[in-house]
Design a binder for this molecule. Structure first.
Ligand code: NAD
Length: 372
């Protein structure tokens, strides 16, 4: 059975149990907006986390205690004290602990099936390529890399190695988000006319890599991709034109990267998107206005508590662990040779727009045309 049909079947079962009428269950235009909980299959695949910072420590490692199709089998860290702590906490044997120098030896380790790259953005391309060369499937955190060129190289490296590549866009696995993808893409309320979204938090760590250009820092790269993703997954289209502006209230801290970026996208079906991202303020909302109604999520990209509503009423879907759902499905698809929900191409498409955003800012908010 193709993944699409599995996804659709799951949608049907879940929506039927929620009392949603069969008329809403038309075949999805995109596999990305259908619910799917993969069955547990065989031996769980071994995941090695590369980079044991905030996201690995607080979200991915705990989620890997809940997954059924994969498990935390290895770690890659440059800090011996962290290695000791993680080995004890997660019962990881010495032979599955690597540092950045001996990482390539992971090729000889049959316990590790998937390498999950959770490093600063500038290191994604290098480690994804090394993981693929080591013969491992790869999950790479967002944003995929620093440029379209890097993204293409990563896709090519995985293809050449015959290994899967998925990007850590966890919202694609979140049920209420999947529902608004469906409403937008299937034009349930008619053509989407306007998408507004904002994603940001107040970054105060002055020395952190997230405020350094060489590491791929800045609000656009970090939080802006969520707003960009939202406009793309609500419309199901690729933008054809971009304009953008940046602002800062803390010029001393934001000398190298953007503190706040606003950007506008034009989609071929007629939708406009008015999007913002910031390291200066906390915001997290998504609202879409269509010909015959509206729908929104607030928050839309938080780790939990995604709250949805439309002009027809509340959107109620089960609450899940996003990271566990993401990794379980990726592992299931690898084990069963099904297509990935979030491919490397998905990360590349975002990077194409991010490059246009930077180009627009650099040229006084000039309109940049993108190929449809
Ligand atoms: P972090 O700074 O907390 O962790 C980064 C890790 O990389 C640290 O353990 C650090 O020691 C290690 N590292 C190795 N070499 C380094 C170097 N040369 N300089 C700096 N650090 C180095 O960052 P984080 O917040 O965990 O983010 C890591 C990645 O995960 C980023 O790509 C980020 O965008 C992504 N992320 C994704 C989500 C999500 O919801 N999908 C959430 C948070 C972060």
């Amino acid at each position: 059975m193709k993944a699409d049909s599995i996804h659709s079947r799951r949608t049907f079962l879940q929506q039927a149990s929620l009392g949603i009428s069969a008329s809403l269950l038309a075949a999805p235009a995109f596999a990305s907006h259908s619910l799917f909980t993969p069955p547990q299959t065989g031996k769980p695949l071994g995941v090695a986390l590369v980079g044991l910072g905030y996201y690995s420590r607080d979200l991915l490692a705990p989620a890997l205690q809940e997954t059924k199709n994969c498990r935390l089998a290895g770690i890659v860290t440059g800090t011996p004290a962290k290695a000791e702590e993680w080995k004890k906490k997660y019962n990881i044997p010495d032979k599955n602990v690597y540092n950045y120098q001996n990482f390539d030896r992971i090729a000889d380790n049959p316990d590790i099936d998937i390498v999950y790259v959770v490093l600063p953005n500038s290191m994604h391309a290098g480690y994804v390529t090394r993981a693929a060369k080591a013969g491992k499937h790869v999950i790479c955190e967002k944003p995929m890399a620093l440029s379209v060129r890097e993204c293409e190289g990563m896709i090519e490296a995985c293809k050449k190695a015959g290994k899967e590549l998925s990007i850590g866009y966890r919202m694609h696995f979140e049920p209420t988000t999947q529902e608004i993808m469906r409403i937008g893409q299937q034009k349930e309320m008619g053509q989407v006319q306007m998408v507004s979204a904002g994603a940001g938090y107040r970054e105060t760590r002055t020395g952190h890599w997230k405020v350094k250009k060489a590491y791929g820092g800045g609000a656009m790269m970090d939080m802006g991709v969520y707003a960009l993703q939202a406009a793309r997954y609500v419309t199901g289209e690729e933008p054809v034109a971009v304009t953008a502006q940046t602002f800062t209230n803390r010029p001393d801290m934001f000398r190298e990267v953007d503190e706040t970026t606003t950007f506008q996208l034009v989609f071929p079906g007629g939708a406009l998107a008015n999007l913002h991202t910031s390291f200066g303020m906390s915001m997290n909302y998504l609202r879409a206005t269509a010909e015959k109604g509206w729908f929104r999520l607030d928050p839309f990209s938080a780790y939990g508590g995604i709250k949805g509503e439309s002009s027809k009423g509340p959107l109620q879907f089960p609450k899940i662990n996003q990271q566990a759902a993401q990794m379980d499905e990726v592992a299931y698809c690898i084990a069963n040779k099904k297509p990935m929900r979030v491919t490397g191409e998905e990360g590349l498409k975002d990077m194409r727009v991010v490059e246009a955003i930077y180009q627009s800012v650099k040229n006084g908010s000039r309109r940049i045309e993108l190929k449809a």
